[in-house]
Design a protein around this ligand. Structure first.
Ligand SMILES: NC(=O)c1ccc[n+]([C@@H]2O[C@H](COP(=O)([O-])OP(=O)(O)OC[C@H]3O[C@@H](n4cnc5c(N)ncnc54)[C@H](OP(=O)(O)O)[C@@H]3O)[C@@H](O)[C@H]2O)c1
Length: 322
């Protein structure tokens, strides 16, 4: 017997691939949204709906009749310029919600980001109540999408928002290889001065499914992991894998100075380079730590330490770089 029918946008991405694999293992019928050019390798048992998250005519049949719609499609400033980021993250969510209003959908789970939450400096760990002034197009597009999802939950349907922190695991082409390079590569001697919450992709999948099963409609849940400085994270990667940890901190002043340069390149190419812009540069030097207590209490969410995720992720990374 089927465990249910799920629709997944962003099914071909890093988190989406892991979520689809888990849903299939658990006996769900899985429909995935895929752009014509997306790499669908390894997900042959997914029923593919080919199109774009901005095309309502593709989204309506995708979501009609599903128990769960997992909305993971999104783009960050690593891979696109601010206009595309706003269009896909905010307008894509609006288009999906419009399709859900016209269809029969059980619960919508929206993957936002922990970046829309930040402490005001009076406490160490941000929680769901610490709604922050968005910095840059990625955060502002996700914050706008959150408001749309909240309104849908109030007026039209059932929806829960999850806020993953920095996701770590095999198949990621942005954050994971950069963190591993800081711990493993002698050619990468410098680490960033700030800190972050690192969460294994399998833990995020648990949290997303927890939000489907046990979340409350209209609520938000941070799905975080260990809070670590970059220095500590690089050392733990190195200790685990006989690597060569980055030993020199990049000075905050250098990162702040790099901001305007990156901004200028971004303006010319419609593609951002780290650290994106002046405001993002300021964030890269802070300790952005998060509490997942609400998800723990209400969803039974647990996360494992970095070391639990390292064997599989380092093996994947070494295979990619062999
Ligand atoms: N990774 C993290 O650390 C992290 C942290 C917090 C929140 N999140 C959020 O979690 C979600 C999944 O992240 P991820 O790391 O898995 O991202 P990812 O690997 O970049 O995957 C993004 C997915 O969105 C799809 N997509 C992009 N533009 C689209 C469009 N116009 N129409 C349809 N599909 C489109 C991509 O399709 P293609 O395969 O065709 O490119 C891909 O399947 C995103 O919304 C992201 O903002 C991620």
């Amino acid at each position: 017997m089927s465990a249910g029918t799920a629709a997944v946008t962003g099914a071909t991405g890093f988190l989406g691939t892991h979520l689809c694999e888990r849903l299939l293992e658990e006996g769900w019928d899985v429909r995935g949204l895929s752009r014509p050019s997306s790499d669908r390798d390894g997900l042959e048992d997914v029923d593919w709906y080919v199109g774009d998250v901005l095309e309502e005519e593709t989204l309506r049949p995708l979501v009609d009749g599903v128990d769960a719609a997992f909305h993971l499609a999104g783009v960050g400033l690593w891979s696109a310029g601010p206009e595309t980021v706003e269009r896909v993250n905010r307008d894509g969510t609006a288009t999906l919600l419009s399709a859900c209003r016209d269809a029969d959908v059980g619960r919508l789970i929206f993957a936002s980001t922990a970046g829309t939450r930040r402490t005001n400096g009076t406490k160490r760990f941000a929680d769901e109540s610490d709604v922050a002034e968005p910095i840059g197009a990625y955060q502002s597009s996700k914050a706008a999408a959150e408001r749309l999802v909240d309104r849908y939950a109030e007026t039209d349907g059932d929806a829960v928002t999850v806020h993953p922190t920095s996701i770590f695991g095999p198949g990621d082409d942005s954050f994971t290889p950069q963190l591993l390079a800081m711990g493993l590569e002698p050619t990468m001697p410098a680490y960033l001065p700030g800190g972050l919450s690192i969460v294994g992709v399998s833990d995020v999948v648990d949290g997303v499914l927890g939000a489907y099963h046990d979340g409350t409609s209209g609520e938000h849940y941070i799905l975080g992991g260990e809070n670590l400085t970059y220095d500590r994270a690089a050392s733990r990667v190195a200790d685990h894998a006989d690597g060569s940890p980055a030993r020199v901190p990049v000075p905050s002043t250098a990162i702040h100075a790099a901001g305007p340069v990156a901004e200028a390149v971004g303006a010319v190419t419609d593609r951002q380079v780290f650290p994106f812009d002046r405001q993002m540069a300021r964030l890269a030097t802070q300790k952005l730590f998060y509490s997942s207590e609400k998800a723990h209490d209400e969803l039974g969410y647990e996360y494992e330490p970095l070391e639990a995720h390292l064997p599989e992720t380092v093996a994947w990374y070494r295979e990619q770089n062999a």
